[in-house]
Design a protein around this ligand. Structure first.
Ligand code: CA
Length: 225
């Protein structure tokens, strides 16, 4: 059985698809948003962009599909519509196994930091109600805190700063290929949990150090090391 590297002190944890089973609702909201903007798409496509900031996703797709340039302000306005759609679709579902994972990390003595590209206020506010004590404000990196979203390493580099540890002392927990790429680019031991429709091979290609099929099996593994 694989092991965690020696000397790990912190876990940098993604939110959507890791703590919340929210990706199906995000995918639907993105699909609906771009349909409204006159862009045809497949809802599953959005799993591939997961981890990017909303503004980056909007800019990329409008450029690609409509050859349309947008200002950051315009992208933020469009993102507000996506956030509303997500709220309409999104009954909040906790990811099975996430609470057990956090408890196991804590009992291993690791501090926990939230690192998400999301700026979705309703979910961010929920984190400390649903997972109390794990993510105080000073240990949260959100889409509002970074200039460059995943797959750029900046979000995880900010997470390392907040944890006060070096890259070699932190693990990253991700469900998205671009998130795994960001974790690896930041120099962290990166664990992929494949909670969505994207096959395991994609995560292998991104260099994930360990891959689990769901959060429950990752939590069980942590409980047994
Ligand atoms: Ca995610």
């Amino acid at each position: 059985m694989e092991k965690l590297p020696q000397g790990i002190k912190a876990a940098l944890i993604d939110m959507d698809g890791v703590l919340y089973d929210s990706m199906p609702f995000h995918a639907r909201a993105w699909h609906q948003l771009f349909t409204e903007l006159g862009v045809k798409s497949n809802p599953d496509e959005y799993y591939l962009y997961e981890g990017m900031t909303g503004a980056d996703t909007i800019g990329m797709i409008l450029k690609r599909e409509l050859n349309q340039d947008t200002t950051l302000e315009e992208r933020k306005e469009i993102y507000a519509r996506k956030s509303d759609l997500f709220k309409d679709f999104g009954e909040k579902r906790l990811m099975p196994g996430a609470a057990e994972m956090l408890a196991a990390l804590k009992s291993l003595g690791l501090s926990t930091v939230l690192v998400t590209g999301s700026a979705q206020g309703n979910l961010l506010d929920s984190v400390n109600i649903d997972y109390p004590g794990y993510f105080p404000k000073e240990r949260m990196v959100t889409g509002n805190d970074v200039n460059k979203g995943k797959p750029h390493p900046e979000p995880y580099l900010r997470g390392l700063e907040k944890a006060g540890v070096k890259a070699s002392q932190a693990i990253v927990v991700e469900n998205a290929p671009l998130g795994v790429r960001a974790g690896k680019a930041a120099g962290c031991f990166t664990i992929a949990v494949t909670t969505g429709p994207i096959p395991r091979e994609v995560f292998e290609k991104e260099g994930a150090d360990l891959i689990f099929p769901d959060m429950i099996s990752f939590a069980r593994w942590l409980e047994n090391i």
